[in-house]
Write a protein that binds this ligand. Sequence first.
Ligand code: FAD
Length: 373
Amino acid sequence: MQTSNIIIGGGLAGLLTAWHLEKKGLPYLLLEAKRQLGGRVLGAKSDTSAHYHDLGPTWVFPHQQGIQRLLDELDLPYDEQYTQGDALFQKPGTQGTARTAGAGVMSMYRVRGGMTRLIDALYSRLNRQNIKTSHPVIHTTRGDGCWVVTAQNDDERLTFEAHHLILALPPRMITQHLTPKHWASSGLINDLDQVPTWMAAQAKFVSTYASPFWRENGLSGQAFSQQGPMQEMHDACGFGVCTVTDNVDVDVDVDVDVATSALFGFVGVPASYRAQFTEAHIKQACLAQIEQLYGVQAAPATAVFYKDWAADKYVAAKRDISESPAHPYFALSRHQQELAQKNLYLVGSEFADTDAGYLEGAVCAVNAFIDSV
Ligand SMILES: Cc1cc2nc3c(=O)[nH]c(=O)nc-3n(C[C@H](O)[C@H](O)[C@H](O)COP(=O)(O)OP(=O)(O)OC[C@H]3O[C@@H](n4cnc5c(N)ncnc54)[C@H](O)[C@@H]3O)c2cc1C
């Protein structure tokens, strides 16, 4: 199959690129490895609620104007992170838990209904025929002035050709999956390999409750721990009423109450250590920690969700797990000539010149590309 533009990656950067191309009337094909779209934007929800609990990004920061403009354009409301009440500090060993007056104020925003609404909203504006999920790209090369991209769909191997190749994925996923030795200079490969994928070694835990028992006891849901397994926890309750439009083969459009009570935490145990335990074991340890923190007030969880990003082969490379976390930076200008000669465009968040690694970075990297088209 032949087209003008192939986008590899169906996270925020890939979907936003697709939307812009569609608005410009330019043809494209988007190839996404996983069954669902969104990439690092991932939400989990129970059957009884329409609120997506964020297992990937949660927050938009006040200075991040690009992502805020996009949310406004898509008509997606966002609210401030809940911080009313006290914070808890879990001391090491048997030293117990201290209650600190007033949680740290976090001027950060959460998308109403969960960050997955952003992915749903973009997907609902795209021509579905141009999007192929469950199509991991396993080979890319150049032939006769065009790109030749091979993807695997179940047992079938499919080849696509395009003049322009738009890579909407982290740099290390490019070197890991897209066979750059067939098309990139050694300098480009080397620079791609140096850039860490933001948050790739993280794991997130969410537990839901019949009511927000911490709020009822004057607590913000904010907790910090020197014991673990979670290092840092926050209130993750849903708020308001919103409209549902799921991105995976579901076409519902209803108004629902999303007042879902939840806490979320970053699992601070290093990825290599986490790998020695089952998911069930880690979930149990997180629930036990919440019980330790909140004592008898902690009601039984109605649902628990967990995502270990370090175990996701389309997000984390080996180096992302073994190295200390660092902010990504890619010297795009050093490779402009090679990229232009090859009609190759790098739009994943890690390639942004501002807020690289964040949602804002994805918006900035895509906008820079679109401005150049
Ligand atoms: C736990 C966690 C917490 C975070 N918290 C925040 C936050 O609070 N605020 C914030 O701004 N940012 C946060 N981030 C970062 C944010 O998620 C990213 O900046 C953003 O999602 C990046 O979007 P992207 O489209 O550039 O990349 P991705 O979302 O990584 O999308 C890349 C896509 O490419 C696909 N892909 C990979 N390999 C192939 C292949 N071979 N073939 C086809 N497709 C492939 C992947 O499956 C994926 O869908 C967080 C990330 C994580 C993991």
